[in-house]
Design a protein around this ligand. Structure first.
Ligand SMILES: NC(=O)c1ccc[n+]([C@@H]2O[C@H](COP(=O)([O-])OP(=O)(O)OC[C@H]3O[C@@H](n4cnc5c(N)ncnc54)[C@H](OP(=O)(O)O)[C@@H]3O)[C@@H](O)[C@H]2O)c1
Length: 338
């Protein structure tokens, strides 16, 4: 069997392909032949050991995989050989509010992840996927899609007719675009690239703002909302965009605080939270119950994940390079196995 490992302390190459022999399966464990993996911005941080938590040497990266069950331990009750499944980002967070214990053991950072031909998990760390979704599509869901879902409908409490602001056209933002439009919301999206804005508008975005052409994009957002501002911001930029996101918000609006695309170090002044009577809510992906609700909505609305490009397993490093380039729109997928 083959898998990728990261050795940030010992190698300049971000991903190393290695051979391994699978360990015997535990009684509560499930073995999955992974068919597809999707990349997230987090995988760049993991590969260079700049993620929130220190990366164990030899970690198998990536939280997002989908595949077919090929073996089950004798205590496993809910999954059988042949079932089609996706991984859970937080295998221990099944439902309810997050606890320190439930969000420990994140896949592809604290525990070995999905960039492997043979993935082993507790039964609770996997979720069945509908037949209508391909493995490549399912592999895009565990992190980016679930984060967008949580941001809009749990923390953001987005309602039909409300307006949401999305930053950039990466994985989280494009899922947020698709979910928000399916929910009857109005979408304003930013990008550094006019052709990506056109693509977003073809997917239903109501307005696009080029944040390079309009560095003061909050003023554009206010103009587009008759000075009122938006109800929800899906904040993937971090410290470098937070102040403008706050300026873009209507009175009583909500910021779902998600990302670090502008880095971790910059300072942001949150003072506008006061006159906006706004709230800011940290988001960390989501739980199994949210994943289930999201799968129902995807089926109900016929939402198809937007895949920028698929790479063969042998070209996983090139897939990571594409992600790092920022040239993508939506999700990048790596095909695994046959
Ligand atoms: N908290 C969580 O649970 C959670 C979950 C998922 C992701 N995240 C974080 O959310 C962020 C996005 O993740 P992702 O996987 O969606 O990333 P991604 O797919 O790599 O998206 C990157 C895109 O973001 C846009 N971007 C970059 N800098 C920007 C800026 N200053 N302002 C506006 N847009 C900018 C660019 O879009 P254009 O090319 O259109 O300009 C770029 O292509 C990352 O920081 C990631 O770590 C957090």
């Amino acid at each position: 069997m083959q898998r990728y490992e990261v050795h940030p302390a010992h190698s300049t190459s971000p991903l190393q392909l290695t051979r391994f022999d699978p360990a015997p399966l535990g009684d509560n464990q499930v073995a999955v032949a992974i068919k597809a993996v999707s990349l997230n911005y987090r995988d760049i941080l993991v590969s260079q050991n700049t993620y929130f938590s220190p990366i164990p040497d030899g970690l198998v990266p990536c939280s997002d995989g989908a595949g077919e069950v090929v073996a089950v331990g004798k205590e496993v009750r809910g999954l059988s050989i042949g079932d089609r499944v996706a991984t859970l980002f937080f295998p221990r967070w099944q439902s309810g509010p997050p606890e320190a214990a439930s969000i420990s053991g994140a896949l592809g950072a604290e525990m070995d992840g999905a960039l492997t031909e043979h993935f082993v998990s507790e039964e609770s760390g996997l979720i069945k996927i509908p037949d209508a979704i391909s493995f490549s599509e399912a592999a895009t869901l565990p992190c980016a899609a679930l984060t967008a879902w949580n941001a809009l409908f749990e923390a953001g409490n987005l309602k039909p007719g409300q307006t949401v602001l999305l930053l950039g056209t990466g994985g989280v933002s494009i899922f947020a675009l698709q979910f928000a439009k399916a929910a009857g919301a109005r979408v304003i999206i930013t990008s550094s690239d006019d052709s990506k804005l056109e693509h977003a508008q073809r997917l239903g975005a109501d307005h696009g703002i080029n944040y390079k052409t309009f560095p003061d994009w909050a003023q554009e957002v206010l103009r587009l909302t008759a000075g009122q501002g938006v109800d929800v911001v899906v904040e993937v930029g971090g410290p470098g965009t937070l102040e403008r996101s706050l300026m873009s918000l209507r009175t009583g609006g909500r910021i779902a605080y998600i990302g670090v695309l502008t880095g971790l170090a910059a300072q942001a002044n949150p003072v506008m939270l006061i006159p906006k009577v706004a709230s800011i809510h940290g988001i960390f992906v989501g739980n199994r119950a949210m994943f289930s609700a999201m799968l129902d909505a995807i089926a109900r609305h016929g939402i198809q994940p937007v895949i920028d490009r698929e790479f063969p397993f042998a070209e996983a490093p090139a897939a990571l390079t594409r992600l790092r380039s920022g040239g993508h729109f939506g999700k990048i997928v790596i095909q695994v196995g046959n």
